[in-house]
Design a protein around this ligand. Structure first.
Ligand SMILES: Nc1nc2c(c(=O)[nH]1)N[C@H]1C(S)=C(S)[C@@H](COP(=O)(O)O)O[C@H]1N2
Ligand SMILES: [Mo]
Length: 216
């Protein structure tokens, strides 16, 4: 009797282990790109992760990206919907204010593509990105649209791994790393400026790379 129980428990344990591995290793059949258009990429294994609350693990099947605020038609997007839209790819450096950086090929959907679906109310000026770990940051609407800023779901041709921000990281080209929110699950359009996690702790709200890192 005791033996039957322990075998059953062992069986359950192995089952949980296998299902956990399967749902986390979505990118196990993909091959990481080492270069793109002649530009050498930093391997994912050499990219750090200093997030405020560590890695977030988000379930692809229940994930929803909510877009609301000053839009014509607030909407919820699933992971599969987001990855169906025309993708864009580009090599862009992520530069943290602390002095480190890495080079990656990013692939995703532009913010504009999603906002074309929701429509934008006339008075909207700023966009807030909220993340699953409680992090947030914001950008001028014009910066995002004019520069075709993307929400990446792939890095170096791999599905964004959990520690890189799965399912979505904002690729805020030309801005310091703290403007590149990871694990984004909510985007809100507003008509006033907003200070995110690091910005409300003294970091410059524009966050232009090469510009002043602190609010003056
Ligand atoms: N959700 C979330 N996004 C985040 C952060 C974070 O702590 N949480 N850190 C930011 C900072 S300071 C940087 S430099 C970049 C890249 O940091 P990483 O090494 O944690 O990926 O992610 C940004 N996006
Ligand atoms: Mo950073």
């Amino acid at each position: 009797m005791k033996r039957t129980w322990s075998i059953l428990l062992l069986y359950l344990f192995v089952l949980v282990l296998i299902s956990g591995c399967l749902s986390m290793q979505d990118n196990r059949n993909e091959t990481e790109a080492t270069q793109y258009l002649g530009i050498k990429l930093t391997p994912i294994s050499e990219q750090g992760n200093n997030a405020i609350k560590g890695t977030q693990y988000i379930d692809k099947d229940t994930y929803i990206l909510k877009i609301d605020g000053m839009v014509e038609r607030p909407a919820n997007f699933t992971y599969d919907q987001i990855t169906t839209y025309t993708p864009v790819s580009k090599v862009i450096n992520l530069n943290c204010v602390e002095g480190w950086s890495f080079t990656a090929k990013w692939t995703g959907v532009t913010v504009k593509t999603l906002l074309d679906k929701t429509g934008i109310k006339e008075n909207a000026t700023n966009v807030i990105f909220y993340s699953a770990d409680g992090y947030s940051t914001s950008h001028d609407l014009g910066y995002l649209v004019d520069n075709n800023i993307m929400l990446a779901y792939r890095i170096n041709d791999m599905t964004l791994p959990p520690d890189r921000g799965f399912p979505l990281q904002l690729v805020a080209e030309g801005k310091y790393g703290y403007k590149w929110a990871k694990w984004i699950d909510h985007i809100e359009l507003v008509n006033s400026s907003y200070k995110g996690y690091w910005e409300s702790r003294g970091y410059n709200n524009k966050g232009d790379f090469g510009g002043p890192p602190y609010e003056q």
